[in-house]
Design a protein around this ligand. Structure first.
Ligand SMILES: Cc1cc2nc3c(=O)[nH]c(=O)nc-3n(C[C@H](O)[C@H](O)[C@H](O)COP(=O)(O)OP(=O)(O)OC[C@H]3O[C@@H](n4cnc5c(N)ncnc54)[C@H](O)[C@@H]3O)c2cc1C
Length: 383
C-alpha cells in the first residue's frame, strides 16, 4: 500500500508557529501528520517578557504551553532540540532521538544575541536568549539581592536597542521594589551602547525621552563604547571597552544583535551573510521550497526587517495559508510585511512609550494599559 499521508514538521515553538498551530487546530487538513519539535514545553511571548522581569506577570501569563497547543492541532509534540537537517533525505536531525521525516518543514526557532565575537562574553555574560536561561539567572539574582540587601550590586546590560533599554529599566524597577528606599543606592546599573545614540532604529523623540529617563533613574549610560572583552577579576566581571574604559560588574546581560545557530547554514540551506535562512515572499527557502522559515531565523530577501517579535506574529497567518497550499500542490501566495510598526516600550514602572515611524509619545500609564491589553488578548487566543 503506498503511503498517502504527508508529514508536516514544525521546528521551534516561536510566535509564527504558535499562531499557525492554533489555526491548524481549527481547520486541520486530512491525511497530514503534524509534528512539533521544540526544545521547551513553555515558549515565552517576547512582548510580555520585560513585564515579567519587572514583576507585573507570572510565568504562566507570559508563556504559551506548547503541549496542549500541539494536542489541539492534532499533532505529535516532541520535546527535543533540532540540531541539523538532512535535506537530501528530508529528515530533521534531533539531539536525543532518531531523525524525523518530513515532506514539508517549517522553521521558527528565533535567534540568540551574538556573543562569539567578544572574548569572554560566552563565558561570563548572560545572553537575553535562550529566554529560560535568562529567567533562571534573573530569578537567582532576585533571591541573592533579597538575601543580601545591604550588598553592593553592579549590573550591566550590553546593547542599547529597544530590548536592552527595556530590560535594564525593568530590572531596575523590580530590584528597587524589593529593597527599602534607603538601600537602593547599593544597586548600580550600567548600559553599554556601541553607537553614539540609543535605539538607533527609533525616532528622535523616543531616543531623547529614553536617554533622559535613564539619566533620571541614575542608570550609567555608556554611549559610543564597544565592549571588547570580559574577564573574571576576583569575584567580579571586568568589562573592557575598545576605548580603554573598564567597569567591574557582578552580572552582565547581553542583548546585542541577533545571531543564528550554525546548523542552519551547515544543512545546505541558502542563508544571508549572518547565517539566517533566506526566504522569498512566500516564506519558502530560496534554495529548498519544501522548507519554510519565519521569525528571527528568517530573512525575507525582498523585505528585510528588524528581528522583532511583531514580524514573527504577522507571519503566522500567511505561513499557515502557504503550508496548506503547498501540501495541496497549489502555489503559495506572496506576503509583504508592513514597513512601519508600533512598538510600546515599558519603563518597568507601569508606564510605556509609543514609537511608530516618526511618531512617539509617552511615557504614561495609559500606553502601558493599552500594551497590557493587546498582549493579554494575544495570549488569550492560546488558552
Ligand atoms: C529582552 C528582550 C525584549 C524583547 N522585547 C520585544 C518586544 O517587546 N517586542 C518585540 O516585537 N520583540 C521583542 N524582542 C525580540 C523578540 O524576542 C524576538 O524578535 C522574537 O521572540 C522572535 O520570535 P520567533 O518566533 O522568531 O522566535 P522565539 O520567540 O525566540 O521562539 C523560538 C522558539 O524555538 C525554540 N527553539 C530554539 N531553537 C530550537 C531548536 N534547535 N529546536 C527546537 N526548538 C528550538 C525556542 O525554545 C523557542 O521556544 C525582545 C527581545 C529581547 C531579548
Amino acid at each position: 500500500m503506498p503511503e498517502l499521508s504527508q508529514n508536516l514538521v514544525f521546528i521551534g515553538g516561536g510566535h509564527s508557529h504558535a499562531i499557525a498551530l492554533n489555526l491548524w487546530g481549527k481547520q486541520p487538513l486530512a491525511d497530514v501528520n503534524v509534528t512539533l519539535i521544540s526544545n521547551v514545553r513553555h515558549t515565552p511571548y517576547s512582548g510580555m517578557l520585560p513585564g515579567y522581569i519587572a514583576g507585573f506577570y507570572c510565568f504562566e501569563e507570559v508563556h504559551i504551553d506548547l503541549e496542549p497547543l500541539a494536542k489541539f492541532a492534532r499533532s505529535r509534540f516532541v520535546l527535543d532540540r533540532a540540531v541539523g537537517l538532512d535535506l537530501d533525505n528530508r529528515r530533521v536531525i534531533c539531539g536525543d532521538r532518531p531523525p524525523i521525516p518530513f515532506d514539508v518543514v517549517s522553521i521558527d526557532i528565533g535567534s540568540t544575541p551574538a556573543t562569539i565575537a567578544t572574548p569572554g562574553a560566552a563565558d561570563y555574560a548572560i545572553p537575553a536568549k535562550p529566554v529560560p536561561q535568562l529567567l533562571h539567572h534573573w530569578s537567582e539574582l532576585l533571591d541573592r539581592v533579597q538575601a543580601e540587601p545591604n550588598r553592593r550590586w553592579r549590573l550591566a546590560v550590553v546593547g542599547g536597542g529597544a530590548g536592552g533599554v527595556e530590560l535594564i529599566l525593568s530590572m531596575q524597577a523590580r530590584l528597587w521594589r524589593l529593597l527599602p528606599p534607603g538601600d537602593r543606592a547599593a544597586l548600580e546599573f550600567h548600559l553599554f551602547q556601541r553607537g553614539c545614540e540609543l535605539l538607533p532604529s527609533h525616532n528622535p523623540y523616543v531616543r531623547t525621552t529614553l536617554t533622559r529617563l535613564l539619566g533620571d533613574r541614575g542608570i550609567h549610560l555608556h554611549l559610543g563604547e564597544t565592549v571588547s572583552g570580559l574577564t573574571r577579576e576576583g569575584g567580579a566581571i571586568a568589562l573592557q571597552c575598545a576605548s580603554g574604559f573598564c567597569v567591574a560588574c557582578d552580572r552582565v546581560f547581553w542583548v546585542t544583535q541577533a545571531s543564528a545557530p550554525e546548523w542552519i547554514a551547515r544543512s545546505g540551506l541558502a542563508t544571508d551573510a549572518a547565517g539566517f535562512i533566506l526566504v522569498g515572499d512566500t516564506l519558502q527557502s530560496l534554495s529548498h521550497p519544501e522548507v519554510f522559515a519565519t521569525g528571527d531565523i528568517a530573512t525575507m530577501q525582498n523585505h528585510p526587517r528588524p528581528k522583532a517579535g511583531v514580524f514573527a506574529v504577522r507571519q503566522g497567518p500567511p505561513l499557515d495559508r502557504n503550508l496548506r497550499l503547498f501540501l495541496q500542490n497549489r502555489p503559495p501566495q506572496p506576503f509583504r510585511p508592513q514597513t512601519q510598526f508600533l512598538t510600546l516600550i515599558g519603563t518597568g514602572t507601569g508606564r510605556a512609550i509609543a514609537s511608530r515611524g516618526a511618531f512617539g509619545c509617552g511615557p504614561n500609564r495609559l500606553l502601558w494599559r493599552w500594551k497590557d491589553r493587546i498582549d493579554r488578548k494575544f495570549m488569550q487566543t492560546f488558552r
